[in-house]
Ligand binder design. Structure first.
Ligand SMILES: [Zn+2]
Ligand SMILES: [Zn+2]
Length: 107
């Protein structure tokens, strides 16, 4: 378990660097997206509104990815169950992906 140095919540997912909010700390996804990323964006010259919007968009995309990984996914070509790693690589299984590749490169 990790402890977020910003909200003090314990969390299991991969920690983010809390810099520049906390020099050496780590933080959870929510604080990273809603506090740390906007702070970095403001440093880069974005205004508050833009910085918050960038952080919120990042949080939404991370939550979507997490939700997608929890669902079962099947290869859209042969229907075999995909592992989360396969699914991250695409919507077809390894053998179908290689078969598609052969077709694409040898015709
Ligand atoms: Zn946090
Ligand atoms: Zn397949």
């Amino acid at each position: 378990m990790h402890t977020c140095s910003i909200c003090k919540k314990k969390f299991a997912e991969f920690p983010n660097r809390a810099w520049p909010i906390n020099q050496d700390g780590e933080c959870c996804d929510e604080c990273d997206c809603l506090v740390v990323i906007p702070a970095r964006c403001r440093d880069m010259g974005y205004n508050d509104e833009q910085a918050d919007a960038i952080g919120k968009a990042e949080l939404e995309s991370r939550l979507r990815k997490k939700a997608a990984l929890k669902e079962a996914h099947h290869c859209t070509q042969c229907g075999v169950l995909l592992s989360p790693l396969d699914y991250m690589m695409g919507s077809v299984c390894g053998p179908c992906c290689r078969a598609n590749h052969r077709k694409a490169t040898h015709t």
